[in-house]
Structures are given as structure tokens and as C-alpha cells.
Design a protein around this ligand. Structure first.
Ligand code: ASP
Length: 357
């Protein structure tokens, strides 16, 4: 009986060891397979504004300067993603590079209001939990996208405006600058030209001039934005702008409006808009692209095309978007003559564009 029992125990141990081995083997091979299947994909896409950007109006050196800055910005975000950083970190750092450059209508190069001040807007959204932060009408915040991020991470709110937003920035120990920091000759002269053209039109045509005036309309481009997918599969998007030149009465565009200027949802895509803000708010552009994917099953490209080539021009607006979906597919769709843009994938392939191809 004893021998019988010992044999039984020994064979039980043997069988369980064998089955352990096979299960380990199979888990090794399946995890190898998984590794191949799930090589983390990531990617990033940016814009520096859409509008009547024509080759004939551009000097070679200015074109080179734009391309170099776009490349610097996108590589900043790409490095973060390649090293395992989050899409939120990549979006913020990438936008910072463009905010600090006078080339774009955001941060340092912000457009002037009618009152010759600079009022900046920005927003950011995290696709993982649909958390978001936004600021509008700030006049002393060097990098408005950083403040939008703080609103998202360190306040109970989604959107803060004007002086309140700046008090919050101060409490958070953020860098505030004198409003004169935002002065650039180019943007100031744009404002003067627009004011003069408005005056002429009013004097001679007795017509009310609005943003529909082609010259005034084109005074808006230069907003910056970024959308990214990180190795964890998390999407994020952000947008930062000085708004439209000659804007009045505390006008707020689409850039700080979650769903219009910025949207990110891990279930679909991350989008940043640029263009005639009033129409992008009415069209809920960024969210509409995500919703077309979520509820209608459209691809990112189909959704972006539907909104940018169909819905927005039908309303009378113009502009573009950059977006990336949760598989790393990218689109840069615009209905204007040009859009400063760049994208870089996980393999490090870089694409930079300015005009319509
Ligand atoms: N969308 C921005 C606004 O309306 C302007 C732009 O994209 O250049 O404020």
C-alpha cells in the first residue's frame, strides 16, 4: 500500500511538473507572438496654422525658417514618445517650441487685438480619461498650453479665463511675463494694415467690415497644435493661439474650446484645429471627427474629409486639422491654400508640408 502510495505521489509530481513546463513553454511562445503583434506604435502630428499661404508670397529664407521650426518642434515630441513619455508630455513640449517662436500666432508671436493687446487661448485634452484643461484671454502667461495643462491636472475646472486664469497661474508658480513680451513687429504691422483697410472700406464703401473680408480673414493663421499617440496607446491633443488679428470685445475662438479646437479620445482619435474659429465652434469640428468615427464607423481620414471639405465650407468657414487615431494613422486635412504641418511616425519618417501638394 505504501509503495503504491509513493508511486502515486511520485507520478502526480511528475505530471504536474511536466504540465507546468508545457504551460511555461506555451506562455513563452504566445508572449513572443504577442510581442511581435503588439510592438508599441506611436506617432505625432503638428500644425502651425492654416490660411492663404502661397509660395509666391514666401521668401526662400522664411520658408526654410518655418520648416526648421516645424522639424525642431516635432522632433521634440517624437523624442519624448520614443523614450516612453506620455502623449500629454509630447503635446505640451512640442507646442512650447512653437509658442516660443515668433513665427507662429501663439505665445511669442501672438496676434494683436483691436486694442493693441495680446490675448491668448489654449487647450489640451487627454484621450485616456477625457480630462481636459483650457484657458482664454490670458495676457501675461508665456506658455498658455502649460497653464491649460495645469488647469487639467491641478484644478477642479476645465476652463479658466482672463485675470482669474492668471491668478491661478501665479498660485501655481508659473512664469508670468510683461505683456510687452508678446510684441512682434510683424504682427503689430498686420494689425495696423487691417485697421487701415477697415477704415478705407468704411470711409469709401460705407460697408461694415467683418472677418469675412478676405484680407482680415487671412490675418488669423499661425495657430499651433499637436496630436500624439504614445506607446501606451494613449492619445492627446493640444492647441495654442493668439486668435484673430483685430479681434474685439474679449472674442474667444475655437482653440480653447474642447470639442471645437481640441479633442482626444482613446476610443477614436486626437484632433487639433486651426482656421476661422467662429465656424469651427459652430461645427464642433474636433469632436465631430471623433463622433463620425465612433458612431458611424468612418476612418480618421474619411471623418476629417467629411468635416473639413464638406461641413465647414458649407457653413462658409475655412481652415484645417491635424489628427492621429488610436492605431497611429495620421491625417492633415485643410481647405485653405496651405497649412504649416509636419508628422513623424514610430519609424522616424518625417513629412513636412506648407502648401497644397
Ligand atoms: N482658430 C483660431 C481662432 O479662430 C485662429 C487660427 O487657427 O489661426 O482663434
Amino acid at each position: 500500500m505504501r509503495t503504491y502510495l509513493s508511486i502515486l505521489i511520485a507520478s502526480f509530481i511528475l505530471i504536474s511538473c511536466q504540465s507546468k513546463d508545457t504551460s511555461t513553454e506555451s506562455s513563452v511562445s504566445s508572449s513572443e507572438e504577442n510581442k511581435q503583434d503588439t510592438t508599441p506604435n506611436f506617432g505625432i502630428v503638428i500644425h502651425g496654422g492654416a490660411g492663404t499661404i502661397l509660395k509666391k508670397n514666401m521668401t526662400d529664407s522664411l520658408e526654410a525658417a518655418y520648416k526648421a521650426k516645424l522639424e525642431e518642434a516635432i522632433k521634440t515630441g517624437h523624442d519624448i514618445l520614443a523614450n516612453g513619455g506620455s502623449s500629454i508630455e509630447a503635446v505640451t513640449a512640442t507646442i512650447n517650441v512653437m509658442e516660443d517662436s515668433p513665427l507662429f500666432n501663439a505665445g511669442k508671436g501672438a496676434a494683436f487685438t483691436h486694442e493693441e493687446t495680446n490675448e491668448l487661448d489654449a487647450s489640451i485634452m487627454n484621450g485616456a480619461d477625457l480630462n481636459a484643461g483650457a484657458v482664454s484671454g490670458v495676457t501675461r502667461v508665456k506658455n498658455p498650453i502649460d497653464l491649460a495643462l495645469k488647469v487639467m491636472t491641478d484644478s477642479d475646472h476645465v476652463m479658466l479665463s482672463g485675470q482669474g486664469a492668471e491668478r491661478f497661474a501665479q498660485e501655481q508658480g508659473m512664469e508670468l511675463v510683461d505683456p510687452s513680451y508678446f510684441y512682434t513687429k510683424k504682427r503689430f504691422e498686420s494689425l495696423q494694415r487691417i485697421k487701415a483697410s477697415q477704415k478705407t472700406a468704411l470711409d469709401h464703401d460705407d460697408k461694415k467690415v467683418s472677418f469675412a473680408d478676405p484680407f482680415i480673414k487671412d490675418a488669423k493663421f499661425g495657430t499651433v497644435g499637436c496630436a500624439a499617440l504614445d506607446k501606451e496607446g494613449n492619445l492627446a491633443a493640444g492647441t495654442s493661439t493668439g486668435g484673430m488679428t483685430n479681434k474685439r470685445w474679449g472674442r474667444i475662438g475655437d482653440a480653447p474650446i474642447i470639442g471645437a479646437g481640441t479633442y482626444a479620445n482613446n476610443a477614436t482619435c486626437a484632433v487639433s484645429s486651426t482656421g476661422w474659429g467662429e465656424y469651427f465652434i459652430r461645427g464642433m469640428v474636433a469632436y465631430d471627427i471623433s463622433a463620425l468615427m465612433e458612431y458611424k464607423g468612418l476612418s480618421l481620414q474619411e471623418a476629417a474629409r467629411t468635416v473639413i471639405q464638406g461641413k465647414i465650407p458649407k457653413l462658409g468657414g475655412d481652415g484645417g486639422i491635424v489628427a492621429i487615431d488610436n492605431e497611429g494613422n495620421v491625417t492633415m486635412e485643410f481647405n485653405t491654400a496651405g497649412m504649416y504641418r509636419a508628422t513623424m511616425n514610430a519609424g522616424g519618417e518625417l513629412e513636412i508640408g506648407i502648401y497644397k501638394n
